[in-house]
Design a protein around this ligand. Structure first.
Ligand code: SAM
Ligand code: SF4
Length: 339
C-alpha cells in the first residue's frame, strides 16, 4: 500500500452548533443506468462530463476533508459504479486507509455493476455497501426504475455477498406503490443476514409525479408491521439518522429514516460534495460552496479555507415540507446531491 501524507490536521471541522463533521458523502457522477421514479425524471438532463471533477481532483477534495478529521467517506451518485474511472478513485482512497485518519470507505449503489466491481471494492478496502432495492416484485421493480431488471440487481447483490462485502438494503417507501411488498423484502433480506433501512421520500428536485402522492409516513408502516411482528427498539449505535428495531421473528435489524416525520438534524455529522465539487452543508437546504473553483484557483489552502467557511454557515436543520402543491425543498435531485 502506498504511503499518503494526509495526516489529521489540528483543526477539526466543528460547526456553529457544536457538531463535528467526520463523515463525507461524495457523489462521483449524476448519471445512472436506472431512472427511479422518485429520484429523477424519465428524461433527465445530465451535467456535461467536462464539468465533473477528475478522479485526481476528487481525491484532493477527500484529502482536504481527511486532514480536518473526516474518518468516513461514502461514495455515491447517481450510480457511482457507472463512472468510468471509479476503480482508480476507490483505489486512491483505499491508499488512505491505515495511512491517514480515514477509517472507512463505503458505497451506495443500485448493485447492477457489482458483478464487475465487487472484488475490486474489497481489494481497495471497502467492507460495507448499501444497496438500494425497493421491491422484490419484478414488474413493480421495472415500473419503479423505469425499465430496470430485478435480476441484474439481485446478481449484483450475490456477487457482493460472495466477495465478502457486508450489505445493507435501503428501500424508499412509496404510498400505494411498493408499500405492500416491503414485508416480503424485509423477510428476504433478513433471511440473507442483511440489515434493511426504510426511507421516507424527500422532496428533492422535480420528478414527473406529485411528491405528496408518493409520500408514506413510516409511522404507518411501523404500525402495520407491529400487527405481524414483535419489534424491539435498539439503542442508537450508528450516530446516523436511522432508528433501528430488532424483529424477533426474522432475527434481523430494521431501520427507519424519517426526515419528514421526525427531524434528526441535531446529531448531524456529515456534509456532501457533488461530482462538480459543490459542497452542500445540508441535504435539505440550497446553500453550497464551490470547491472546484477553490481547488483550481488556490489548491489545498483554498480548499481548507472553504471548509472553514462551510462550518460557519452549516444550517441548523433541513427545510423539508411535503404538503400538496408545495415546491421541492431544494431544486436539485438526489442523484445530483448524492443520496
Ligand atoms: N444510485 C445509487 C443507489 O440508488 O443506491 C446511489 C445514489 S441514490 C440517489 C441514493 C439513495 O437515494 C437511494 O437509496 C435512493 O433510493 C435514494 N433516493 C433518491 N431520491 C430520493 C428521494 N427523493 N427521497 C428519498 N430517497 C431518495
Ligand atoms: Fe439511479 Fe440511485 Fe437515482 Fe435510482 S435512486 S435513479 S439507482 S441514482
Amino acid at each position: 500500500m502506498n504511503h499518503v501524507s494526509t495526516s489529521i490536521g489540528p483543526r477539526p471541522l466543528i460547526d456553529t452548533f457544536g457538531r463535528q463533521i467526520t463523515y463525507l458523502r461524495l457523489s462521483v457522477t449524476d448519471r445512472c443506468d436506472l431512472r427511479c421514479v422518485y429520484c429523477m425524471k424519465a428524461r433527465p438532463e445530465f451535467l456535461p462530463k467536462s464539468d465533473l471533477l477528475s478522479h485526481e481532483e476528487l481525491t484532493q477534495v477527500c484529502d482536504a476533508f481527511i486532514r480536518r478529521g473526516v474518518t468516513k467517506i461514502r461514495i455515491t451518485g447517481g450510480e457511482p459504479l457507472v463512472r468510468r474511472d471509479i476503480a482508480n478513485l476507490i483505489d486512491n482512497l483505499g491508499n488512505r486507509l491505515e495511512t491517514t485518519g480515514l477509517d472507512e470507505i463505503c458505497l451506495t449503489t443500485n448493485a447492477t455493476q457489482l458483478p464487475r466491481y465487487a472484488n475490486q471494492l474489497v481489494s481497495a478496502g471497502v467492507k460495507r455497501i448499501n444497496v438500494s432495492l425497493d421491491t422484490l416484485d419484478e414488474a413493480k421493480f421495472s415500473e419503479l426504475t423505469r425499465g430496470g431488471k430485478l435480476a441484474a440487481t439481485l446478481d449484483g447483490i450475490d456477487a457482493a455477498d460472495r466477495a465478502g462485502l457486508k450489505i445493507k438494503i435501503n428501500a424508499v417507501a412509496l404510498k400505494g406503490d411498493n408499500e405492500h411488498t416491503l414485508h416480503e423484502l424485509i423477510e428476504w433480506a433478513h433471511g440473507r443476514k442483511f440489515d434493511v433501512t426504510l426511507i421516507e421520500i424527500m422532496p428533492m428536485g422535480e420528478v414527473d409525479a406529485e411528491r405528496s402522492d408518493q409520500f408514506l409516513p413510516l409511522s404507518v408502516l411501523r404500525e402495520r408491521f407491529a400487527q405481524h411482528w414483535s419489534m424491539t427498539d435498539l439503542p442508537d449505535t450508528t450516530g446516523g439518522p436511522s432508528r433501528y428495531v430488532r424483529i424477533d421473528e426474522t432475527g434481523g435489524r430494521l431501520g427507519f429514516i424519517t426526515p419528514l416525520t421526525s427531524n434528526f438534524c441535531a446529531g448531524c455529522n456529515r456534509v456532501r460534495v457533488t461530482c462538480t465539487g459543490q459542497l452542500y452543508m445540508c441535504l435539505g437546504q440550497s446553500g453550497s460552496l464551490d470547491l472546484r473553483g477553490a481547488l483550481r484557483a488556490g489548491g489545498a489552502d483554498a480548499l481548507d479555507a472553504c471548509l472553514d467557511e462551510a462550518m460557519a454557515i452549516k444550517p441548523k436543520a433541513h427545510d423539508f415540507n411535503i404538503d400538496r402543491g408545495s415546491a421541492p425543498a431544494v431544486d436539485r435531485n438526489m442523484s445530483h446531491t448524492g443520496g
